[in-house]
Design a protein around this ligand. Sequence first.
Ligand code: AMP
Ligand code: MG
Length: 469
Amino acid sequence: MPDFRPSRRHEDLGSAFYDRVAAADFPQTILRHRDNRWAEHVGLGGLSDAQWLTHFGHFEPLPGSLPHPLALRYHGHQFRSYNPDLGDGRGFLFAQCTDPEDGRLLDFGTKGSGKTPYSRGGDGRLTLKGGVREVLATEMLEALGVYTSKSFALIETGEQLYRGDEPSPARSSVLTRLSHSHVRIGTFQRLAYLEDHENLGRLLDFCIANYYPQLAGAEDKAAAFLEAVAGNVARLGAQWIAAGFVHGVLNTDNINITGESFDYGPWRFLPQYDPGFTAAYFDETGLYAFGRQPDTLAWNLTRLAECLVPLSSIENLEPALNTVWPVFREQLPRQMLRRLGLRPRDIEEDSAFITALFGFLSASKARYEQFFFDWRGGALSTERAARSPAADHYADDAFRPLAGLMKAYEPADAINLDHPYFARQVPRTMLIDEVEAVWAPIAERDDWTLFESALSEIAQMRDAYRIRP
Ligand code: AMP
Ligand code: MG
């Protein structure tokens, strides 16, 4: 195991970027989830359960890291309206460390740790169900190959919360997530809005130094940064589509400048392909529907580009911004083929293949995840697919064109078809009724067995897809 390499680098930005805050004093701390793999990865695998509660329930600083939690300042567009009243209202940056793998900075950020100057009318808390849902989302997404924050710790905190969208009083929790950066598009927006160009430049330098060090020598750092962010965000959009995932709240304050997916509220996975599928009940117009996510990400990146104008020029920023669609068009087939364990061919052929694939999924209404599961390895899985509950769809004439195109594709290295996961009839999914089924016994009788068994099935899936920390 590597050594834990603590950091407090966020302080370098200066006090104009955050407020020192304290965690709530919770009446109880009960450990509900610890991510041991990522703990090992960052060198914290040796912490006992008691130490885990001390740091991620009572927020005693990790030695060498930040001496006080920092509530981060940011603004953002929420459902396309600008809101200058945001910021960490129920969370803070608790600690930082260096990722032993690539030297980038990693943040431990909380959700539900108490009130801050940005709480507005809110209680600063997270419901236990909200915490459980975030753990399930991140575990699934990681296993499906989506670049996501990790749910490092979930601790039940013994309070009663009142929410309009959950039976109340609801149980409370605090989540610590691990993510490369909590700098959001909204962090840049706030400084642009305040016309604080000095700090805007400081933030850009900080992001380059800690997350994009390869850009340090760029002639136009702002344009180079925009292009790099656009590339990562476009890749994330393609990964969500390939995973059948709807984030639900793609406000600019929920978009990380590393292109790492985070902040899981009303998320859902798709049962069947449906571009209009919407996750949040309050998203009445379907603004953040499944098929609109790439467009939304591009819209959000345009907001980032606007913020960078004082540090660059429109002539340089425009071409950097315009890389988002070519990257997305290249990434979408790549991510879809990756899920199928197939080797890409050329971009034209791959695009024709995924057009046929979406055509089939749309016409047949075959289950989304089942399709990827059944056709892992392409034609190699023909016999396995014939035994699938979806076999009738594959015997239909509508499947022939896709089957024909699929024959040209070679399996990727290490597709792992002999893994026990692929001996199942149906893949592990996390559709809304399955989430509710995991939650029900916890709510009724504090029975966590379905939660634990869901996590071990997801671990098996992650292993089958060979996803490593
Ligand atoms: P979100 O929709 O979770 O990204 O949150 C948007 C904004 O509302 C952020 O500034 C949050 O910190 C704040 N917020 C959300 N829920 C609460 C809460 N229960 N208490 C205080 N602030 C909250
Ligand atoms: Mg948020």
